[in-house]
Design a protein around this ligand. Sequence first.
Ligand SMILES: Nc1ncnc2c1ncn2[C@@H]1O[C@H](COP(=O)(O)OP(=O)(O)OP(=O)(O)O)[C@@H](O)[C@H]1O
Ligand SMILES: [Mg+2]
Length: 570
Amino acid sequence: MDIEAPGEAKELPKIHRLDESVVNRIAAGEVIQRPVSAVKELVENSLDASSTSISVVVKDGGLKLIQVSDDGHGIRHEDLPILCERHTTSKLSKYEDLQSIKSMGFRGEALASMTYVGHVTVTTITKGQLHGYRVSYRDGMMEHEPKACAAVKGTQIMVENLFYNMIARRKTLQNSADDYTKIVDLLSRFAIHYIDVSFSCRKHGAARADVHSVATSSRLDAIRSVYGLSVARNLIKIEASDNDPSSSVFEMDGFISNSNYVVKKTTMVLFINDRLVECTALKRALEIVYSATLPKASKPFIYMSIILPPEHVDVNVHPTKREVSLLNQEVIIEKIQSVVESMLRNSNESRTFQEQTVESSPSVPSITNNESHLNPSPSGSKSQKVPVHKMVRTDSSDPAGRLHAYLYKKPQNHLEMNSSLTAVRSSVRQRRNLRETADLTSIQELINDIDSKCHSGLLDIVRQCTYVGMADDVFALLQHNTHLYLANVVNLSKELMYQQVLRRFAHFNAIQLSESAPLQELLMLALKEEELDLECNENDDLKMKIAELSTCVPCDPLWLRLYKPLIFCR
Ligand SMILES: Nc1ncnc2c1ncn2[C@@H]1O[C@H](COP(=O)(O)OP(=O)(O)OP(=O)(O)O)[C@@H](O)[C@H]1O
Ligand SMILES: [Mg+2]
């Protein structure tokens, strides 16, 4: 700490007026905080211009290029000179208009801000014009007179080299890989609210859009197309309203996830008077309801649209318009919270397990979702061949994972035999395995033993079950009709291998080992291990004899596996 010497008074800091360019750049840095803020402003402008189709192209997470094209009403030629000046807008004239404002923009700051932190080019055409105009802007000013150009209906705005003059911010953003993800997420949110507008978002040069929604009349369809089937099928419709001026006036409708939806992160898409906003208090209140109501600590998916009288909403509370403040906010939140709670309680009484489908890619919501986004994507997924060792039995009627493939059922009657499909299958099977089983009486006896002990109920469960997942290292969860079963996978696998060995006895393929296996030693090992399992009393000499005798059989490792159960006749 510096201690001032007496009489040595420091000169007081002088206050001076900041240069306008500095003021503008500081203000711009607040409005456009990262590439996704620029995309939000541009998309909101397109929506304000009554567009029905909005497409976004992004390069390098938005730092190199953001391009938003729409088919809205366009910008008048005579407005182009002041388009990107600060505080120029077509949406507000006097302060009082804010009370009843319907458009998302009102400050006339967004485009100006972009010109202070990036290079902006606007191409636009209005109704009735023969050609459009293109003009570039820097620091709020036109760089040249608007040039006539070919244009399609609407406006295209390009922002290049964002934050070129803000070195620190550019560096921070260059290192963060998630800006494109944020942009996809933003577009996904708009797409499920503005369902009469089609949205697309893709990386520059990419053939496939990561968000691709088409105009639809059903909100649920929009959610399905954007966030994927796994989200859409687990949603409950929700509505609430109040019309008591002494407490609250609002109408709310939306969708919330039910007890079958299990994820670790909350997705809350909230629109208040058609503005995409955040409301931490409402989000917390709903998360509390979920954790208190549902047995699993799952985070919810919530889409909610709240409509209030415009004069009850203050839209001018945040530099990026991310938040709004509501009249009677606590009352509204409490009411919504109690409606959500009662819906959840009802839905939690019945819980269903959907059959898992084998998906080719993990889900990200891409609107084309990524049953993407990170949902990964419903509209873009192609079915892919799954390697046999990765196959999961997800549908008991799907031959890909059938467990009873080994249990060949002989045709019951002549008719069945004559069915063409059965005949083809049977001939293929015969070509593969000349005989189903060996002729040995001992084998036949073991097979008969299995068949005679077969429990028809259990067999049906095994045949028709659907694999849900592993409950732990040993038990798998299986669904059969409306019941859930825990199956010991170790025991099931042993039995499966044993029966497979019996039924394919003498028809295994031979495997040539480069060095012959020490059969006698292996047999001794197996015999001793069996002794532990079964507490048999054979002495070591007898075991040695069995091992010696057995070594006379051809050296096939499968022999060893099938030999063990045969010796002990189970
Ligand atoms: N895509 C577009 N189509 C038609 N007009 C547009 C478009 N984008 C911008 N404009 C016009 O340019 C004006 C300035 O846009 P800008 O986003 O800077 O301000 P704003 O939308 O009025 O307010 P805010 O700063 O709150 O967004 C708008 O008022 C609108 O008239
Ligand atoms: Mg705007």
